[in-house]
Design a protein around this ligand. Structure first.
Ligand code: AHR
Length: 636
């Protein structure tokens, strides 16, 4: 909600200039914490994830598929990412064929006419992957392809992972018995003692003249929880460390598409891959839809998150909308069917479909979001579109909490989704944004937010802005029930990024957390179940705090954020508290706002643990300049 945010920020800046904030950053400050005075419960779902197909988040990212353009879509340039192989004196040609394909969804294929080839001089095609293919030693890769041959004597297909530099096969196998009808063939590639590298490609060749048609060529490395069609292990582990409680999907703009015909049509993303037609995404590349509705749900299951399901509500980004009335009915029905696919028993039509797809047990669902950023719909149709969705969903699922994406004039939504993309200084000024929000209004879902400084991933200025903002969200987590940083993922290879400042970066082989990522990890790890009454006096305008308590563990978590380069002298008063004499301190610090982590320097800024000694009811502590600190006090 960029416009709204700027307006609020301007007001905050004016307040600062008017002298509302009176203290210099250097003056000593006092923070008085009443450990025996709980204020309000912290939302147990405060921190979660928001995701969409942007920055090669799924294809070329989390979704571990190694073959790029596995369905052989062609354009003016030919068939992107696929090239002809003619070893030695072999001769062949390849061309897209729109007359034959393995399914109604995939009606096309790659036709390879091999004029001349033999066992030592093979011909076929190769795929260059997403900026290469990550090959590691001692690893098993599982693959498959759909194929048919022009005649029965084409001979075996040789499948190899080949090193770009040497041309040597690092793993190879053959698939025999190709018939003249479309059929899926599976294979396994095993590497030995090879050097780990991304500079590799996949080749499929034959050693006999003839014609071969291919589609849906797929290759997966080992995946998180060994799921077929699954996710990259390193990225799942990084997300797991964030302790997310929910996943908002499938967007974002990706839900809406540029045009109505390009929306996320969930029914086209379920079932066997061969039945998924793929679709254009609004972020300028095509989606394989390998990450379909059930894969999002598996992702939730694997990280123990609840889905926050965004349903398409009849608005697409180029300004198209479906007029409320009969035209909208099928979209409302689609949303009901989608909810049934997620939550229905196997005795329901769509619950049975989910069982057929491999997951008989229903998923828990509490929140459904109707659209995305519908304040962008200049026709003003959102409220009239929202109402039929709301009525139909509530009639069938009265317990679901429904999220509106724009303020409503005629009703109070259960939850309102608000988005903030700002600079660090704006977050410093606006960290108390929700302190005075009407407690009788809708609950708030900060469904997308980020301090946008640094590219491709946030720098330390952004981490400080984020942390300041998170102190405000924790303090207001009686009304803010959920919050999620966006975008979550970025492929840092050239051309991988469509949106600057993304939480986790990766290339074909490796991944890293930005300073903002580590701020998120810390804030989620040290989150109590209620806030405590506290007062900060005498601090400069760039010192922020949050204090929560975990009653079961008898631990107090004090978060301190110093956005200034100057250290802040602080007396922490804890009247009446009986605390262990030492406290754990975890700090994230940098010497400059521009300091950051990168793919080649991933651990420049990481949390560092230390101990605070002589803990008493009055503690003298200096908060370092440019720092994010968590102090864990244990009650005795
Ligand atoms: O997070 C990037 C984009 O920002 C989202 O797709 C959209 O909802 C918002 O405008």
């Amino acid at each position: 909600m960029i416009g709204k945010t700027f307006a609020r920020t301007a007001a905050a800046v004016a307040a600062v200039l008017a002298g509302t904030v009176a203290f210099a950053q250097g003056s000593p400050a006092t923070l008085t914490i009443h450990a025996d005075q709980p204020e309000h419960a912290v939302s147990p779902t405060l921190y979660g994830l928001m995701t969409e197909e942007i920055n090669f988040s799924y294809d070329g990212g989390l979704y571990a598929e190694m073959v790029r353009n596995r369905t052989f879509r062609d354009d003016w340039s030919g068939v992107p990412y696929w090239y002809l192989v003619e070893d030695g004196n072999a001769a062949a040609k390849m061309e897209p064929d729109h007359a034959t394909g393995p399914s109604d969804a995939l009606k096309n294929s790659m036709r390879i006419d091999v004029e001349k080839a033999n066992a030592n001089n093979q011909a076929g095609v190769l795929n260059v992957g997403y900026w290469g293919m990550a090959v590691r030693p001692g690893t098993t890769y599982k693959g498959s392809f759909y194929a048919k041959a022009g005649s029965g004597d084409l001979g075996p297909v040789t499948v190899s992972l080949v090193a770009d530099d040497t041309g040597k096969a690092l793993a190879t196998t053959t698939v025999s018995g190709l018939g003249t009808e479309w059929k899926q063939y599976e294979f396994t590639l095993k590497t030995g003692a090879v050097t780990a590298s991304p500079a590799n490609h996949l080749a499929l060749t034959v050693g006999h003249p003839g014609t071969l048609w291919l589609n849906l060529v797929s290759l997966f490395p080992p995946t998180y929880h060994n799921r077929a069609n699954g996710n990259r292990i390193d990225l799942m582990e990084k997300m797991a460390a964030m302790r997310p409680t929910f996943l908002r999907f499938p967007g974002g703009n990706y839900l809406e598409g540029n045009h109505i015909s390009e929306r996320f049509e969930w029914k086209k993303t379920i079932g066997p891959l061969v039945d998924r037609p793929t679709h254009p995404s609004p972020w300028m590349y095509h989606s394989s839809d390998g990450m379909g509705l059930l894969e999002f749900l598996y992702w939730c299951e694997d990280l123990k998150m609840e889905p926050v399901l965004a349903v398409y509500a009849g608005y697409s980004l180029m300004g198209e909308h479906v007029e409320p009335g009969p035209q909208l009915d099928s979209y409302v029905q689609d949303a009901l069917d989608e909810i049934e696919y997620v939550t229905g028993g196997t005795d329901t039509k769509w619950g049975a479909e989910r069982a057929k797809d491999g997951h008989p047990a229903p998923f828990k669902l509490t929140y459904v979001e109707i659209g995305n950023e519908d304040w962008l719909d200049k026709s003003g149709s959102y409220e009239r579109r929202y109402e039929p969705f709301y009525k139909a969903i509530k009639a069938k699922y009265p317990n679901l909490q429904l999220i509106a994406t724009a303020p409503l004039k005629n009703s109070k939504p259960d939850v309102l989704d608000e988005h903030y993309y700002v600079r660090a200084t704006q977050n410093f000024h606006d960290a108390s944004h929700y302190d005075k929000t009407d407690r009788n209004g809708p609950k708030i879902f900060v469904g997308e937010w980020a301090t946008r400084e640094g590219a491709p991933t946030p720098n330390f200025a952004a981490a400080l802005g984020d942390a300041a903002w998170m102190t405000g969200m924790e303090r207001n987590s009686d009304i803010i029930i959920m919050a999620a940083y966006a975008p979550l993922l970025v492929n840092v290879n050239p051309g991988g990024m469509q949106w600057e400042t993304d939480l986790i970066g990766y290339d074909t082989m490796k991944s890293y957390g930005s300073p903002s990522y580590y701020a998120q990890v810390l804030f989620a790890e040290y989150l109590g179940n209620h806030t405590l009454s506290a007062k900060l006096e005498g601090a400069g305008p760039k010192l922020f705090y949050s204090i929560t308590k975990n009653t079961a563990k008898k631990q107090l978590y004090l978060k301190l954020v110093n956005g200034s380069s100057d250290p802040q002298a602080l007396t922490i008063e804890l009247p009446g508290a009986k605390l262990a004499p030492t406290a754990k301190v975890v700090s994230l610090t940098a010497h400059s706002m521009e300091a950051t982590n990168t793919i080649d320097s991933p651990s420049h800024i990481v949390p560092v643990q230390s101990t605070l000694t002589n803990v008493s009811s009055s503690i003298k502590h200096t908060v370092p300049g440019y720092s994010i600190e968590v102090i864990q006090f244990d009650e005795q």
